[in-house]
Design a protein around this ligand. Structure first.
Ligand SMILES: NC(=O)c1ccc[n+]([C@@H]2O[C@H](COP(=O)([O-])OP(=O)(O)OC[C@H]3O[C@@H](n4cnc5c(N)ncnc54)[C@H](O)[C@@H]3O)[C@@H](O)[C@H]2O)c1
Length: 317
């Protein structure tokens, strides 16, 4: 069962999930902050646990409009946990982010490090983690995992479900895919003078299917005792540069990616990646798919859905 206000999505992917899984996904179009209707949903469905993915996620937009981010991200989390509490559902997996770490002394981020987000988006994620930690401390019934994603990329291997950003893609993968298919002329690489092996920024790119398996592992392996809150890094455990990604995508697609070098963007870090050992120790989870696989799956999705989920309406799928 899925609740979403469709502020950054459409219902089409849910139809595709229903088709792929052979199991109809029940969908409620609803804003999580609409407490009374959310309570109705909890009363009419048999819910044991919640995976809380809903949120706004643009760092730049959060700097320009922090109230919108606190209202939506923190507000929806307060509303959701209020309803969960009143309906006796107290098992939760939350989509947090590597953004909570901010500038750190080491590029390898480990959960025991100090956290200091550098932007309002990151502050909202950390505020929600604090809320959930306090809830877990308040009652022996709450069990909560905050999963700190690094850079999710790729698409479902079927080619039917993938990333379909509204407007100009803000992330590297969908941008490269749109250049490869000819929708955009050229990729801009921001910064080639970082202290990295080829001068471009290095990130930990994790395949979305590995990420999905991380959520299942968290739900299955979370300790049964209550009063539980813990944060886990979900990443592959090493970094790849922007030029590594371009080369891998060229290999996967067979298309040369034109790119130009530009100045660094303010606030971008040179390099960071996850230490994912904690998730492995507690959940037995580890990312299995690599960068090449993520490029191949993204390319399959892009070719089959040149106009994203609109492609269904255009008859491309
Ligand atoms: N994609 C990334 O790079 C990344 C990295 C780290 C963490 N995350 C987090 O993972 C989660 C999912 O990210 P995504 O990339 O799939 O983003 P997304 O925008 O595709 O998904 C978020 C969904 O939440 C919905 N939503 C937003 N506010 C809502 C509200 N008040 N009520 C109901 N629905 C609401 C949106 O319509 C959207 O479908 C987000 O919380 C994001 O902050 C994403």
């Amino acid at each position: 069962m899925v609740v979403d206000n469709l502020s950054n999505s459409s219902a089409e992917p849910l139809d595709r999930v229903s088709r792929l899984s052979g199991s109809k996904v029940t969908f409620y179009e609803l804003d999580l902050r609409d407490i009374s209707n959310l309570r109705q949903v909890f009363r009419s469905e048999a819910i044991e646990a919640v995976v809380h993915l809903a949120g706004l996620k643009s760092v730049g937009e959060s700097v320009a409009d922090p109230i919108k981010y606190y209202d939506n991200n923190v507000g929806s989390s307060v509303a959701l946990t209020t309803v969960m509490s009143s309906c006796d559902v107290r098992t939760l997996v939350f989509s947090s982010s590597a953004t909570v770490y901010g500038q750190a002394d080491s590029p390898e981020y480990v959960e025991s490090m100090a956290v200091a987000p550098a932007n309002p988006y990151g502050h909202t994620k950390l505020t929600i983690e604090h809320l959930l930690q306090d809830l877990a401390g308040s009652s022996q019934h709450w069990r909560v995992c905050a999963l700190r994603y690094f850079n999710p990329v790729g698409a479902d291997e079927s080619g039917a479900i993938g990333e379909d950003p509204v407007g100009v893609p803000a992330n590297l993968f969908p941008y490269i895919a749109q250049v490869a298919i000819g929708k955009r002329r050229c990729l801009t690489v921001f910064g080639n003078d970082y202290a990295t092996r080829d001068g471009t920024a290095v990130r930990d790119y994790i395949h979305v299917s590995d990420l999905a398996e991380g959520h299942l592992a968290a739900l299955q392996k979370m300790p049964p005792e209550g009063n539980f809150f813990s944060a886990f890094n979900l990443g592959v455990g090493h970094g790849e540069s922007v030029l590594d990604v371009i080369r891998a995508f060229e290999q996967a697609s067979g298309v040369a990616i034109p790119y130009r070098l530009a100045a660094r963007r303010p606030g971008d870090l040179a390099a960071y990646w996850a230490n994912p050992a904690k998730a492995h120790e507690l959940f037995g989870w580890r990312a299995k798919r690599g960068l090449q696989r993520a490029c191949e799956d993204t390319w399959r999705w892009q070719v089959r859905n040149p106009d994203g989920y609109q492609s269904a309406a255009n008859g491309s799928v």
